[in-house]
Design a binder for this molecule. Structure first.
Ligand code: FNR
Length: 393
């Protein structure tokens, strides 16, 4: 069975020519509620569409007859050198999509020389994931109560993690009606519908679901707060989200005082908020609308990136995520003022359908695209990519 699975992974990886190819395969491989959870957004999916369309609003102005034979995608960020200017965005409950999903993502990132962000909603303890990838960052959802915040910060520091990231675009639960339609909820409620999905997706059921339960027991939310959260499968436990709608800038100040490492704020969409984060001592921001999964109708991060970069780009690291699927998307983001980007869904699809080889293949596709497209644009280093190379369509 194991060699059959390896052959299958190898074949899947060989056949995947771009990141979107993993999505097609994941649609078949995953039970509908789980695929829907990853692919979906909120309400009308307008933010999600904006994210993809935004990249089409810009086009390149390549320069020619330059010697680009010695070019590199290497990028420095927070004193570390990465193989490329992209990393893996934090994604909750990944271990339900792929066997030991977060570990697989962390290993893939580590072996590819890129950073991965551990989700605050992961089903594997942050300490286990950080042990696999010392470069990993941790994304915190804050509980709201000060002593629980302190305990979480101390736990992350004790795990040896150097960068903490605060996601701030989740003041309350969004209306993800697509999840309701697809039968997804946290915790997952066992029932006939779920059982049928399991039967009709046998590779996921045996390779991920049953294997997880047999080897590790029923998964729990392990990182949301300083203590273990509720199990992912239940008929009667409601998820404790803490008091997230109480969060304000004083919480960021509190964390800045307690946390000695790098501090990043994720979910910034307005230059004033970026400036406030910088004034509070943040080392960076991720311009993000959460992959279109929070406020529906939010602008795309790419759209607001130039004004945010103009405001704080000289003082802190301005990063971006949302809709990045190609090396050329990365180049557009860098041209508009980002120094680094993060990619979400495609890496989770790759982990789900092909495990570690899938994550490695996805990273390699993106790196290779970037490397060759940099030559076609006429640049030899990622820092050379500026607004001079693009125009609005
Ligand atoms: C997410 N995202 C997310 N963000 C976060 O800060 N904490 C989290 O736990 C999660 N969980 C999560 C799960 C899944 C399945 C997805 C798809 C996304 C948002 C994520 O970090 C990132 O902002 C977007 O996914 C980026 O957009 P793309 O690359 O998926 O288009």
């Amino acid at each position: 069975i194991s060699s059959g699975n390896t052959d299958r992974s190898t074949r899947l990886c060989r056949d995947a020519l771009c990141l979107d190819d993993f999505e097609m395969r994941a649609r078949r491989h995953l039970p509908k509620p789980l695929f829907g959870y990853i692919a979906g957004a909120t309400e009308t999916n307008a933010s999600l569409r904006h994210n993809a369309e935004a990249f089409q609003a810009y086009a390149f102005r390549p320069r020619v007859l330059r010697d680009v034979s010695r070019r590199s995608t290497e990028t420095s960020l927070f004193g570390k050198t990465h193989a490329a200017p992209f990393g893996i965005a934090p994604m909750g409950i990944s271990a339900l999509m792929a066997y030991r999903g977060d570990i697989v993502l962390a290993q893939g990132a580590d072996q590819s020389g890129i950073p991965m962000i551990i989700s605050g909603s992961s089903l594997i303890p942050l300490e286990e994931i950080a042990a696999v990838s010392p470069q990993a960052w941790f994304q915190a959802y804050l509980p709201g109560e000060p002593d629980r915040i302190d305990a979480l910060i101390d736990r992350v520091a004790a795990a040896g993690i150097g960068t903490i990231l605060l996601t701030v675009d989740t003041a309350t639960l969004p209306n993800r009606e697509n999840n309701v339609r697809a039968g997804f909820s946290t915790p997952l409620r066992p029932g006939l519908r779920l059982a049928w999905q399991g039967i009709s997706h046998p590779r996921w059921t045996t390779g991920t679901f049953l294997r997880t339960i047999v080897r590790h027991g029923i998964p729990h939310f392990e990182n949301s707060y300083s203590t273990r959260g509720p199990p992912i499968i239940s008929s009667n436990v409601t998820r404790d989200f803490g008091k997230r709608d109480h969060l304000n800038w004083s919480h960021l100040e509190r964390i800045r005082k307690r946390w000695a490492g790098k501090l990043v704020v994720k979910g910034i969409m307005h230059p004033e908020d970026a400036a406030r984060a910088a004034d509070t001592g943040a080392d960076g921001v991720i311009v993000s609308n959460h992959g279109g999964r929070q406020l529906d109708g939010t602008a795309s991060p790419l759209q607001v990136l130039p004004e945010i970069a103009a405001r704080v780009g000289d003082s802190i690291a301005v990063m971006i995520d949302g809709g990045i699927r190609r090396g050329t998307d990365i180049m557009k983001a860098l041209a508009l003022g980002a120094c680094f980007v993060f990619v979400g869904r495609p890496f989770l699809y790759a982990a789900a359908v092909a495990g570690l080889p899938g994550v490695l293949r996805a990273a390699d596709i993106l790196k290779t695209e970037l490397h060759s497209n940099m030559a076609l644009l006429g640049v030899t280093g990622v820092n050379d990519i500026s607004t001079d190379y693009i125009t609005r369509t």
